[in-house]
Ligand binder design. Sequence first.
Ligand code: FAD
Ligand code: DHB
Length: 390
Amino acid sequence: MRTQVAIIGAGPSGLLLGALLAKAGVDAVILEAKTPDYVLGRIRAGVLEQVCVDLLDEVGVGARMHREGLVHGGFELAFGGSRHRIDMKTLTGGKQVMVYGQTEVTRDLMDDRAAKGLTTIYEAANVSLHDFDGGKPRVRYQKDGATHEIECDFIAGCDGFHGVSRASVPAGAIQTFERVYPFGWLGILADTPPVSHELIYVNHERGFALCSMRSKTRSRHYVQCSLDDKVENWSDDAFWDELRRRLDPEAAETLVTGPSIEKSIAPLRSFVAEPMRFGRLFLAGDAAHIVPPTGAKGLNLAATDVSYLGSAIAEYYRDKSSAGIDTYSQRCLRRIWRAERFSWWFTSLMHKFPETGAFGQKMQAAELDYLVSSTAASTAMAENYVGLPL
Ligand code: FAD
Ligand code: DHB
């Protein structure tokens, strides 16, 4: 088989890149290791920046998001038993975010791809990347017992943190930067009404908590947990009790509990691989970088990477120019490091760090106090939360 761009991975990065390339008239094939149901079963991000909303609109898949998504103009920070609203909309001159789950974004992109007859090969096993340093890259994979090969001009590695793309780059050609945090997030999804109409980020002496949502009838909550915790050791009741303990009295009173639909533990990590281009191989999304989830930047960064990559590849075919391709890595990394900084800062502010002790807690309390009482500090936070400009 021959195509212009072989995309590895049908997560949000791969699917959105596929849609952007299709719109630009560039031929692409997506190879995905898992089944569509498996991809849709992963409950992950929930908050989309305006830039991400605009990209979904640009490729024509935004209709359901605008119908069902919830537009939020603020969020709350809870500490010391009370809540303080960060009015993003006022502080940023009108910018807001969209609460719409990654599962739904993925489903909309998958449905659109299927409706347009674009090729996605699911359950592609043992994907391997070849000759991306030369002019004729190839991708090999196995499906239904047979080995297949795709010849292409470019390979887009959109296969997440554990994918094959970054691992295919020779060790000497890539540099990585990493911080692993000494805790995880235990998350629960339930068909219960959200605690409040906006998100609540909680700093509590027992650890961080987040009250989020997927709709007006479906809530998504997280509590900071130990890295040794096992999800099977957390009954639904134990989760709700722990969450309630970390909430302010009014939120605790409002909390409606119910059976979980999904429950999982995610470790927290900051990670960046540099550069993001190796000859004719480009990394995008979680394949190149990870942020801790605090602030919901992961999916949004993935979307902006593929926006840069989609335009660079379109420009290559349309204008016979390599300018976009040559600056891809540099453009992405500037935005990535800023989001890494924000996610690291917000994580450091809100979680209980075993090693920093009572002094660390006093520093967090002083910073939170400053944050909610200074317009300059609130504005800086709001500006980052809604997403820095492209
Ligand atoms: P992925 O979504 O990881 O997609 C990569 C795809 O590649 C997958 O479908 C995978 O099956 C496929 N693949 C992997 N290896 C191969 C291979 N060898 N061959 C072919 N296909 C392959 N972000 C937030 O903003 N908020 C959150 O609350 C949040 N929670 C998260 C919880 C967890 C447990 C994780 C892991 C991430 C979370 N994120 C969150 C981050 C966000 O979900 C990611 O940033 C986003 O999914 C990145 O999309 P992606 O397409 O780059 O990678
Ligand atoms: C969600 C996750 C986040 O990390 C965040 O900052 C906000 C919302 C969520 O899953 O709903």
